[in-house]
Design a protein around this ligand. Structure first.
Ligand SMILES: CSCC[C@H](NC=O)C(=O)N[C@@H](Cc1ccccc1)C(=O)O
Length: 618
């Protein structure tokens, strides 16, 4: 069987967003593919039942069943804006439900199935803003990565009457409403929002409810609780959030008239509600029990509260849905980047087989390393078993810094498999600050970016060199976002790397604090203290590693100026450096950007390593 090549990017089809039909008999989901000719990502709604092959239903994403299971609401772009559509499941074509000026959001059916609510963008004065008008900012909340300059656009709740299509805006004002959740009697909707005038300077978010016909929202939580999301599950209202400061693990709380009480899970683990690059799922009820996702040793797992793990060890869950007492979920495994599963009597039954089956895949091996201060860190080693040893090794550093590597098939970092086939060892390490190893570990680099975690990387490399796995003369380092930060930092801290590739770079925390859409959060909560001491740019004079910089030009999280600073400083010092700019690409482009950009990103990493480490010309 062939090894994975970069062209397999165009063969991957990855499910997400599973929705169990109310009778538990079928699962609808979104399938994402890359169209090489159009250079676009495509999404379609698929349906699978336990006894039949999956079938494609329609172009679109975010399928949601009506309570009677006869209609699927989903999103489909119309003139470039997502609009809700309805697909009758007993036959017929999808029809548009919304004509929202700036587009709609994923559907939330009312319990009686007569209305659909969504959170969607609203322009100032109800109009789409003029893209050529001057942009005036008076708070820090004027841009967001992925959306760009907000130009006064806020997100508000809407309800659409399914029979007539009549749409009512339920909330208004200078705030962003989070995803709505219906009360069991259909009279109110709960949502998370921060309405404080200084919300850009006070990281927070409260739970509100609003009447189903609109009106003044009623606040339910006190400022102590920072809410990331709220779900009305039967009579229970469940909140995901943090108490006090936006630092550390996300937890679950039950909210009632006496206030918020933490759900006792007995786990020292971070709750994962799901998002791009951060696999997880919204909490749901399974009978009387709460089903939720939390990260354990790199993988997002499904748990049934208090703490029963429902999925096997080396899988990572990215979406779950419960109906009729049954659980459907999407998970990646060492052999797939994601498939749909059904949990039956505690056993996982695989319903889909979208991952190309003809690939001979390398499987990451778990192992641990001990840093000089005694901290044990886990990592994954990907290599050909019979590879010549010692051989070239690439250290890859994840972002966050609170993300984590998992030992599953990675359809973003395709170069891992490709390099292994060329005799490389790829080390993906979860150093302190990574997710899945407890809250003390998670917060161990707060205020000490680079300063605290450098020893973890060094210890792992020392071990692999001492064991004869890695050739000390052929070490290289790469990483994206926080991983790009750490790549720059490490090349200033040691000259052991023969090449470096830094993506979505952070090089100077002082300029980053004033230009990132999360700059304030970064300065106040992630890197409190001396920003200069934590900045790679302070060590630029020590860098000798030829460095490739890869950056999205529309990155508002880690603005491209971070790479430009590093590029200019290395060029001035005559250290070999190359800057590659991806037009129109935001921070998450390596996950969900143009297929050609994602291909190029992978291809350039391999070429740079071959040029500077393997010795072959690029
Ligand atoms: C408390 S950190 C939240 C930032 C966020 N975390 C999750 O990914 C993030 O985008 N991290 C960036 C690096 C960064 C951190 C803080 C502020 C701006 C950027 C990353 O993806 O590594």
């Amino acid at each position: 069987m062939p090894r994975l090549t970069l062209d397999d990017l165009y063969r991957f089809a990855v499910p997400s967003d599973p929705a169990m039909r109310p009778d538990g008999g079928a699962v609808a989901y979104t399938l994402t593919t890359a169209d090489r000719d159009a250079d676009e990502n495509r999404t379609a709604i698929w349906l699978v039942t336990p006894d039949a092959e999956p079938r494609r239903l329609a172009t679109g994403s975010a399928p949601r069943w009506s309570p009677d299971g006869r209609t699927l609401a989903f999103l489909r772009p119309v003139d470039g804006r997502p609009q809700l559509h309805l697909l009758p499941m007993d036959g017929g074509e999808p029809s548009p439900l919304t004509e929202a000026a700036l587009g709609a959001g994923p559907a939330r059916w009312s319990p009686d199935g007569t209305r659909v609510a969504y959170a969607g963008p609203v322009g100032p004065g109800g109009e789409a803003p003029d893209p050529n008008a001057p942009v005036v900012a008076e708070t820090l909340e004027y841009k967001a990565d992925g959306a760009g300059l907000l130009r006064g656009i806020t997100t508000h709740l809407f309800a659409v009457d399914v029979a007539s299509g009549e749409t009512t805006q339920l909330t208004e004002g200078d705030f962003h409403a989070g995803e709505p959740s219906w009360s069991p009697d259909g009279t109110r909707l709960a949502f998370a929002a921060s309405m404080a005038p200084d919300r850009d300077l006070e990281v927070g978010g409260a739970v509100y409810t609003v009447a189903a016909g609109g009106g003044a929202p009623e606040r339910l939580t006190d400022p102590e609780l920072i809410c990331a999301g709220v779900w009305w599950l039967g009579e229970r209202m469940i909140v995901a959030g943090q108490k006090g400061e936006p630092v550390g693990h996300v937890r679950l709380f039950t909210l009632d008239s006496s206030g918020a009480a933490e759900v006792e899970t007995g786990l020292d683990r971070n709750v994962m509600i799901g998002g791009p690059g951060y696999p997880g799922a919204a909490p749901a009820l399974l009978g009387d029990d709460l089903l939720f996702c939390a990260r354990d040793r790199g993988c997002s797992h499904l748990y049934q509260a208090p703490a029963d793990k429902l999925v096997p060890e080396d899988v990572s869950v990215a979406g779950a849905s419960v109906a009729a007492g049954k659980v459907a979920y999407v998970a990646a495994t060492p052999y797939s980047a994601g498939e749909v599963y059904l949990l039956e009597d505690g056993k996982a039954v695989q319903l889909t087989h979208h991952t190309p089956a003809d690939l001979d895949l390398y499987v990451p091996a778990r192992r641990t390393f001990t840093a000089p201060d005694g901290t044990v860190v886990e990592g994954f080693v990907l290599r050909e078993e019979n590879a010549q040893a010692p051989g070239p090794l690439l250290l890859d550093i994840h972002g966050g810094p609170h993300n984590a590597w998992a030992p599953v098939l990675d359809n973003v970092h395709l170069y891992h498999q490709t390099l292994a086939a060329r005799g490389w060892t790829v080390l993906t390490l979860n150093p302190r600050a990574s997710d899945g190893y407890g809250e003390d570990f998670f917060t161990a680099a707060v205020g000490a970016w680079g300063l605290a975690d450098t020893q973890d990387f060094q210890a792992a490399l020392d071990d692999l060199v001492a064991e004869g796995v890695a050739d000390p003369e052929r070490l290289a380092v790469t990483g994206y976002s926080y991983g790009g930060y750490m790549t720059c930092w490490l090349t200033g801290a040691t000259d052991r790397f023969k090449a470096a590739i830094a993506g979505g770079v952070v090089s100077d925390l002082t300029s980053m604090a004033g230009t990132s859409d999360l700059g304030y959060l970064l300065k106040e909560y992630e890197c409190p203290g001396d920003l200069i001491a934590q900045s790679p740019i302070t060590r630029i004079g020590e860098v000798t590693a030829p460095t490739l910089l890869l950056h999205g030009e529309s990155d508002d999280r880690c603005p491209i100026g971070q790479s430009e600073q590093w590029f200019a400083a290395l060029r001035e010092r005559r250290v070999p450096v190359r800057l590659v700019r991806y037009p129109g690409a935001g921070h998450l482009f390596i996950l969900n950007g143009r297929p050609s950009h994602r291909y190029d990103y992978n291809e350039r990493i391999i070429a740079w390593l071959e040029q500077w480490v393997s010795g072959s010309p690029s």
